[in-house]
Design a protein around this ligand. Structure first.
Ligand code: PMP
Length: 405
């Protein structure tokens, strides 16, 4: 049983100093730190089981295959998939969304069809749709965000029509932390006859996700934002929808039989996993799932919500600091600006104080524009953060104002 006080001990990278200051890591929305168990799982695979999967009859290949497929089962169970075959391993949420755009949308969209996204999307849930619109003549529609950073749900509903073929929405905004009511939003979209995509990159490391309950057709997962390695993620897809799809990439493992006259496809999910996948990454992600289960989402949510409220208090008490998009339903993201100081300068001074935050547009340029900004400072939380971390953030921001404000 892990308490939130002992959780930090699992993360070796958090035990270090930046200059003479102990590290305060507040950039988990960019990538989370990795627990020792994940690092060990990757190392163990390379030290003991390294072999290619699915093809070998020898022991190492069988072990590697088993670990890789166990990881798929772990993820399916954590995220509430109907069956492990609904989990396709990809590079990350970006690749998951691009796969949907090219393998699902491109062959189906015709001129005048509409894709509906929101104004708070990450570039990786904008650009793949712009590309497929260019390719097919479909039109990209955008549901606006309200002043508090929440989605304008009435406007969203009014943008749905019989022309809407696909809807793609962030579960949690990376730039400001808004949690969207995706189950409700997907239900409206489905009433309009649209296929639904949820970008879950920022959700799975923070809150309980249930693919069946959300009832979307596709759900994009980022491994490195849920304590797993980089270069691994998943596309969850409804089994029937995946079966109807043509493969995206051709190569080894995705075929049943190849001849120069006719090639036939392997079953779902292998049909979508051409070539040697990131075996070590998948195994590491499986260990990350076990790490999350060891803590439990309930503990994670209550810890992060407490920290979020505390952090908002710390920042609101500093004159010249303005929170951006601090809505009521928010995951652990504190986006803010400092009067008279450019976010990049705030970030540099914070780094000197050992405090790691992100500054910039957070790959969400349209959302920044919506708030009349080009950039914000973003402190993002995870289960290993503490109120002391947020006190250090507050002191460092005050220091930045003293020096530059
Ligand atoms: N969507 C959101 C909301 C994100 O925050 C990110 C990563 N910053 C992505 C998609 C892309 O995820 P990945 O890094 O796994 O490609």
């Amino acid at each position: 049983e892990m308490t939130t006080a002992s959780i930090v001990d699992n993360f070796p990278a958090l035990r270090q100093s930046i200059g003479d200051k102990s590290l305060v890591y507040l950039d988990s929305a960019a990538t989370t730190q990795k627990p020792q168990s994940v690092i060990d799982a990757v190392t163990r695979y390379y030290e003991h089981d390294n072999a290619n999967i699915h093809r070998g009859v020898h022991t190492l290949s069988q072990r590697a295959t088993q670990s890789y497929e166990n990881a798929r089962k772990n993820i399916a169970s954590l995220l509430g998939a109907n069956r492990p075959e609904e989990v396709i391993f990809v590079r990350g949420a970006t690749e998951a969304i691009n796969m949907i755009a090219q393998a699902w949308a491109r062959p189906r969209l015709v001129e005048g069809d509409e894709i509906l996204i929101t104004e708070m999307e990450h570039h990786s849930n904008i650009v793949p749709w712009q590309i497929v619109c260019e390719q097919t003549g479909a039109i990209l529609k955008v549901a606006p965000v309200l002043d508090d950073g929440s989605l304008d749900i009435e406007a969203y509903k009014s943008l749905l029509s019989e022309d809407t073929v696909l809807v793609s929405i962030a579960h949690v905004s990376n730039a400001i932390g808004t949690i969207n009511p995706v189950q409700e939003l997907c239900a409206f979209a489905k009433e309009a006859g649209a296929t639904t995509v949820v970008d879950g990159a920022q959700a799975c490391g923070h809150l309980q996700v249930n693919f069946q309950e959300i009832d979307c057709d596709f759900y994009a997962v980022s491994g490195h934002k849920m304590f797993g390695p980089t270069g691994i993620g998943c596309l969850l897809g409804k089994y029937e929808v995946l079966q109807e799809m043509e493969p995206w990439q051709g190569g080894g493992d995705m075929i049943l039989s190849v001849s120069f006259e006719e090639t036939t496809w392997n079953d779902v999910p292998f049909k979508f996993e051409a070539g040697t996948p990131n075996i070590a990454g998948a195994i590491g992600l499986g260990a990350a799932v076990q790490f999350i289960e060891g803590i439990g989402y309930e503990t994670m949510v209550s810890h992060e919500q407490e920290l979020l409220a505390y952090g908002r208090g710390v920042l609101e008490n500093i004159e010249g600091v303005t929170l951006v998009g601090a809505s009521e339903h928010n995951a652990g993201v504190l986006s803010f600006t400092v009067e008279g100081v450019h976010p990049h300068d705030v970030g540099t001074i914070l780094d000197h104080a050992g405090v790691a935050i992100r500054t910039g547009n957070h790959c969400a340029e349209p959302l920044m524009r919506r708030f009349g900004l080009s950039a914000t400072c973003r402190a993002s939380l995870s289960v290993y953060n503490t109120t002391e971390d947020l006190d250090r953030l507050g002191l460092a921001v005050q220091e930045a104002i003293r020096i530059l404000g």
